[in-house]
Design a protein around this ligand. Sequence first.
Ligand code: ATP
Length: 235
Amino acid sequence: MPLLKVENLVVNYGSINALKGISFEVNKGEIVTLIGSNGAGKSTTMNTIAGLKSPSGGKIYFEDNDITKLDSSKRVKAGIILSPEGRQVFPEFSVYDNLMMGGFIQKKKDNLVEIEKVFELFPVLKERKKQMAGTLSGGEQQMLAVARALMGKPKLLMLDEPSMGLAPLIVKEIFGLIQRIREIGTTVLLVEQNARVALKISDRAYVIETGKIVLSGKAQELLESEDVQKAYLGM
Ligand code: ATP
């Protein structure tokens, strides 16, 4: 059984039909990427899985349970955690407090254990734990956004455009950390415009164009596909 199964999902914003019936799966232990250009419907897919947007049609199953109508807070408790596009850290709060907010569904005692694990993965956040989040560099803020999501102990970590606005070296570092997060047992669903770096660390991927999945397969196969190379890899 897949960890996440999305079946024929349809999402509208008023008269705009953003998702036109998309289906895909994420298995436990995988890194799966949704690639697609601006406005293809990637963020809408993530937000709908997180319960922030209601679909007009289709089903979402998590660990075989139908969660299509479940509140977003219950999805967090079930282990579905989104690190949103644009990071959205709380700029006026310290790194430490931002992290603690990521663990709001747990007891403080558990958060104190969890934060130490997070600091092992992200030593730079430990060094800067008292610093206001708004004064971190872009890359550090992205790390904080991912680390904050980890504080909720996700079974499925959803990352919306973690490479956005970051220099290539920093992107490489963040994608290295995403691989590490998977190695220590968290399944990852990634959304990226930066298809090349995303495909390099993924097991499988789906290509979304204007609200539809047009291609899917093993990440390595998509990296080698001429269509993908032309449309998404600038070759
Ligand atoms: P990007 O990388 O630019 O965020 P995306 O693939 O994530 O692109 P979405 O943000 O999911 O795409 O947008 C899909 C479609 O839905 C687009 O046509 C977009 O204009 C539309 N859309 C997204 N959010 C809203 C909204 N709040 N109100 C109206 N239309 C929206």
